[in-house]
Design a protein around this ligand. Structure first.
Ligand SMILES: [Zn+2]
Length: 138
């Protein structure tokens, strides 16, 4: 799938950012075609802009996470420090939180309402975990 391969590529570049942010910054002007700053991440259902590749964040050592909920369903998601296209809904709860010390709420597309992932708060930093199969990049 195009969307998935796009996100995997973003992830590898993000790891570079984390390990050597200075070096990546210098390289970016030559890397305009795949520059994260130009990659908009949009809702797969309605194409509403959700976040940007340059908001990608590494949480507990990884941008991308795979977690299982109490019902045994696996979710593959990526972390972003902001997602202005998301509407955060529901009460913050620490129940079954995948990230120790964090509360979570649902994060939905503010346009079509599709559940896109979760907003994790109460720790440092707060972040969005957004489902890879609900988003695509542009
Ligand atoms: Zn949407």
């Amino acid at each position: 799938m195009i969307s998935e391969s796009g996100l995997y590529r973003t992830r590898r570049k993000d790891i570079g950012h984390v390990h050597d942010p200075q070096a990546i910054k210098k390289d970016q002007p030559e890397d305009s075609e795949e520059s994260q700053e130009s990659s908009r991440i949009i809702c797969l259902s309605c194409k509403h802009p959700i976040t940007h590749g340059d908001s990608a964040l590494s949480v507990m050592g990884s941008h991308q996470h795979t977690q299982c909920n109490p019902a045994g369903i696996f979710f593959q998601f990526s972390c972003y420090n902001q997602a202005s296209g998301c509407l955060v809904t529901g009460e913050a709860t620490a129940e079954f939180s995948w990230f120790p010390g964090y509360f979570w709420q649902f994060a939905c597309c503010s346009d079509c309402g599709t559940h896109l992932g979760w907003f994790f708060s109460g720790g440092k930093p707060n972040f969005f975990g957004l489902l890879n199969n609900k988003l695509t990049s542009q």
